[in-house]
Write a protein that binds this ligand. Structure first.
Ligand code: PHE
Length: 450
């Protein structure tokens, strides 16, 4: 296998790769989107399906992306071109770049909210407010469209800044230190949430599955959420995989990232639901679920003022390490396939993304007509990318690795040419070949028929 070309970045240390890939995976998907989805899809029933999907479909899909990226040493489009020249496979790469672009356009909206909430918490804006007042503030903020757009633009700028500086100086440095702190703060919040009056109801909601609630809609939403949260199905992990060094263990990396991601999502659920039930916020409250519940919890904590600031700063950083990976997919494609400079590619990608993102943000104002198929553009972009493009991409990616690359190349890559002993490689390949594609296809079709 050829050495990585000199002009490509690579991650400096083992912890660096895990931190950067976990940085991509852990983000608003865990802390904001997971509670929303669980709340809207029956709580415990959703959690059970979600965990099975992560284990059986998410891990093989992530490993497949690492295998593609590291063996090809290129962006998603370039990877398929290299591994499957003169075929239609590069279409999967193009789909990924488009999907990354779309996700970034609405993800940056919510990322912008985290900045607004940092400012609000520094100004001690939540102090002494009850649920009604906090909900009103959130609604008022949405209706100030320009403010959302401004924060979104600032967030995109920050993302562009880190991506422009390149992999080692940018992404890795920040992710390593800040992710563990986020975990710690979630634990503190979890303890407070669990000791609120009426917290038990929230725990029951999340951990006591009512199996009759598992419908086609729950399945497709859990599949979309799992792929979204793990950053798989669109080539982010192909791109990061291309920066992983030849002697790193792909399987343990995929397992560690998945473990960290799943732990943080469940922790977020343990923070949000008990508190939401205790304060009388409905689990189906959607966008407001997290942004309204959290300030209320902080109001109940000694030193809540400081915790609140630190939390929203960390949430913004978690979002940033995810937007970086989304933008990186687009930029790596521009640089390697269209031969743009890194600077030019970053500027073009950011400006183009803002052009779409503005409408995603503005579509959340009350009474706006920025809608597609009856959904605000924000929700429509989310649905289309998470529930359609990601599962489709994931399906094609496992098919590619299982059937096109084949046994020999797969084993060679996951064992680092025989260096790593991986006793379960046959089982993993079996899942990638048969179980994952069939299961994704079934869930996908059952969800779309609805
Ligand atoms: N996984 C990220 C999150 O949970 C979002 C993301 C999706 C990032 C797809 C990259 C690719 O917040």
């Amino acid at each position: 296998m050829a050495e990585p070309k000199k002009n490509r970045d690579s991650f400096g240390s083992k912890i660096g790769i895990v931190a950067a890939a976990a940085g991509s995976a852990v983000g608003l998907g865990n802390i904001y989107r997971f509670p929303c989805e669980a709340g809207n899809n029956g709580g415990g029933a959703f959690l059970i399906v979600y965990l099975i999907v992560v284990l059986v479909l998410g891990i093989p899909a992530m490993l497949s992306e690492f295998v593609i990226g590291r063996s090809a040493q290129a962006n998603p489009v370039g990877s398929f071109k290299k591994l499957a020249p003169k075929t239609a496979w590069p279409i999967v790469g193009y789909l990924g770049v488009i999907c990354g672009f779309i996700i970034l356009s609405f993800y940056s909206t919510v990322s912008g909210w985290t900045l607004e909430y940092i400012v609000k918490s520094v100004a001690n804006d939540f102090h002494g407010k009850d649920l009604a007042a906090i909900e009103q503030d959130f609604a008022d903020f949405h209706n100030m469209g320009w403010k959302n757009v401004l924060w979104q633009a600032i967030f995109i700028f920050l993302t562009g800044f880190v991506v422009f500086k390149g992999v080692q100086n940018g992404i890795e440095k920040y992710a390593k230190i800040l992710m563990p702190v986020l975990l710690l703060i979630l634990v503190v919040l979890g303890v407070r949430s669990l000791t609120l009056p009426g917290a038990k109801e929230g725990l029951t909601f999340l951990f006591n599955p009512d199996f009759s609630k598992i419908t086609g809609k729950v399945l497709i939403n859990a599949l979309g959420q799992a792929f979204f949260s793990l950053s798989v199905g669109m080539g982010a992990m192909i791109t990061y995989g291309s920066y992983i060094q030849k002697n790193d263990n792909l399987t343990t990396t995929a397992l560690s990232v998945t473990l960290a991601d799943t732990l943080i999502a469940i922790l977020a659920g343990i923070v949000i639901f008990p508190a939401a039930f205790s304060f009388g916020i409905r689990p189906e409250a959607g966008t407001g679920l997290v942004f309204n519940t959290l300030p209320l919890i902080f109001n109940q904590i000694t030193g809540g003022y400081f915790f609140c600031i630190i939390f929203f700063v960390l949430l913004a950083v978690a979002a940033l390490t995810s937007t970086i990976s989304l933008l990186e997919v687009v930029v790596a494609y521009f640089v390697e396939e269209l031969h743009m400079t890194r600077k030019g590619a970053t500027v073009v990608a950011c400006v183009a993304n803002m052009a779409l993102g503005v409408f995603a943000s503005l579509s959340l104002k009350t009474g706006t007509s920025i809608q597609i198929a009856g959904l605000p553009l924000f929700g429509a972009l989310d649905f289309f990318s998470s529930n359609i493009l990601l599962p489709l991409g994931g399906l094609l990616i496992v098919l590619f690795v299982g059937w096109f690359m084949g046994k020999k190349r797969f084993y060679k890559e996951v064992t680092n040419e025989g260096e790593v002993k991986l006793h379960v490689k046959g089982v993993i390949l079996f899942i990638i070949r048969f179980i994952a594609p069939v299961a994704i296809a079934i869930i996908f079709v059952s969800g779309l028929v609805k």
